[in-house]
Design a binder for this molecule. Sequence first.
Ligand SMILES: [Zn+2]
Length: 342
Amino acid sequence: MKRLRWLPIVLLLFAATLTAAEQLFDLKPVVPGVWAAIAKPQFRVNCNAVVIELDDGLLVVDTHSKPSAARALIEQVKSVSSKPVKFVVNTHFHWDHYQGNQAYLSAWPQGVEIISSEATRESIEHRGIPRVKNEMLEVPREIEHLKADFAQATDASQKAEIEENLRQAESYLGELQAMQLALPTITFDRSLIIHRKSRNVQILWLGKAHTDGDVFVYLPKEKFMATGDVLQGWVPFMGDGYPYDWIKTLEAAEKLDVEYAVGGHGAVMRDKERFHFSEQYLRDLMAETERAYAEGASMAETVKRVSATMIPKYASGMPPTFPQDIVGNIQKAYRVVSGDTN
Ligand SMILES: [Zn+2]
């Protein structure tokens, strides 16, 4: 499974005519002065970003997994606005949402403020940074595997594919080794509002969800919301999540007037459809797991039973990896229901 993460990169070979930025993101206008940088699905290590124009500068939501990806987006942003980036928001502490922070500080050394919840800053410092160190041990192992695969490959196209994967892995490792993680410079507990003549930007913590510190970036006038990984188009990753709180947090966010939403992964979302889908997914996941647990089912048995009802019901709204990815969700739900974790 692990090594599959590199395979899609080969698709980039076919995109050789695109610029670096175009290979990584589609920058799409959503409402006037707001762009969604939708990460192209073939690339392993990027999340979406949102660019919001203010009177005196730009605010960017999330910074990807590495400075080179952030730099590529910075170049692309210059084609739609000449204003400097003044604010960066990290929606939560996961590596693919903040590891590019330093690129913004390098591009505008005169001052970019990085905003997050207090909980997210704490987690970047105490959990995010150790994870980068761990990744620095993990990637060389993947490189060794790729080299072994390369030595064994006989087919020319297979060799070319592995070679490209190796190139990407080595350049990512180089970036990890040089990475200077930039921590948020402004934090808050519940909400922080940036007031400008043309628009107000509300940055809101509405409860625990995908992590303990997720924030939404909300533009009330434009009915636009950046939702981080609390609401997005992929199968939710629940490893650091709080499923029961997550449902309540989604309900609270849904009460706001939202017509357009951009999550950390996947396409631009319209209206409240994805809110309903995700809330119901989490409710069913927890209810089905509770039932199996109450009936004395083991974790393995619960995975089997809950998958059997959830997969047919939700597959149409999830990516093709759903049947494998739901396993982690059910295991998490089981640990929560059995009191093993929060
Ligand atoms: Zn995440």
